[in-house]
Design a protein around this ligand. Structure first.
Ligand SMILES: [Zn+2]
Length: 260
């Protein structure tokens, strides 16, 4: 439906209801970016986790015929409340809110919903439950799409090899690609997490040990003075662009299959 390159017609908040009605002739798929507003160390802004899925979703929508919903910016971030600027909502509140947003789209014709999750593993359990509820109780084909999964192949192949988790190499690289004006590399500091602090994981986003675990705000305050976990200093915009493009390509493949 993007006949006029200057006037994209996929951003729901910029459309009229009649334009949505027309768009539904071309697609039944909705992208919903889901993130969080939380501390990301000295060098990254609070909105990283929503800026990343918004940018990926924007590119996917521009390349396919699907619709793009306004993002859900607030997420489940109790472990980041030890620094100012962090918002968190209860797990159940979050699940119900995301579910209701998607279910209401199902009422006006959306059949497929992709939840693009930028909150880096932390709210995966909630979104897995939401997806199941949407499928079983609302007859929607819903998918949980964690960005860390859909760019994993590029992340593992292109990384420096330093342990990386929160606000480290991956997120910093992506923000350098998307919003370099918001990144202060001069302020970036490495935070090394001692192995003995968390015996059930090697503390890496793509570590060998995928045992589930959760951190409290007190745990995080003990682990990191700056707020990040890992070393962000090897981040580059070029790597970030490759992460974003891998995610876009994988998500676009799914959208095209759904709307075929
Ligand atoms: Zn993040």
């Amino acid at each position: 439906m993007n006949d006029d390159a200057d006037e994209p017609t996929y951003r729901l908040a910029e459309l009229t209801w009649r334009e949505v009605e027309a768009a539904l002739e071309e697609t039944r798929t909705l992208l919903l970016p889901v993130g969080s507003v939380e501390q990301h160390g000295h060098h990254l802004p609070l909105g990283v986790d929503v800026q990343m899925p918004e940018a990926v979703a924007e590119r996917v929508a521009a390349r396919t015929d699907c619709l793009l919903a306004p993002a859900i910016p607030y997420g489940v971030s109790p472990h980041h409340t030890f620094k100012p600027g962090t918002f968190t909502v209860e797990s159940e509140t979050f699940q119900h809110y995301v579910r209701d947003v998607c279910a209401s789209a199902g009422e006006w014709g959306v059949e497929n919903v992709l939840l693009l999750n930028g909150h880096y593993l932390a709210q995966d359990p909630e979104l897995d439950v939401v997806v199941r509820t949407l499928r079983t109780e609302h007859d929607l084909r819903a998918f949980h799409v964690p960005l860390s999964d859909v760019w994993a192949e590029t992340a593992e192949e292109g990384r420096t090899g330093e342990p990386a988790f929160h606000a480290a190499e991956f997120e910093t690289s992506v923000l350098l690609a998307l919003r370099p004006d918001l990144v202060s590399m001069d302020e970036a500091v490495p935070v090394e997490v001692p192995d003995e602090s968390l015996p059930l994981t090697d503390y890496d986003a793509y570590g060998e040990n995928r045992v589930g675990w959760a951190l409290s705000a007190d745990d995080m305050a003990d682990l990191t003075h700056a707020g990040n976990l890992g070393d962000p200093r090897g981040a580059t915009a070029e790597f970030g662009e490759r992460l974003v493009e891998t995610a876009v390509s994988n998500v676009a493949t799914l959208v095209e299959a759904l709307d075929a």
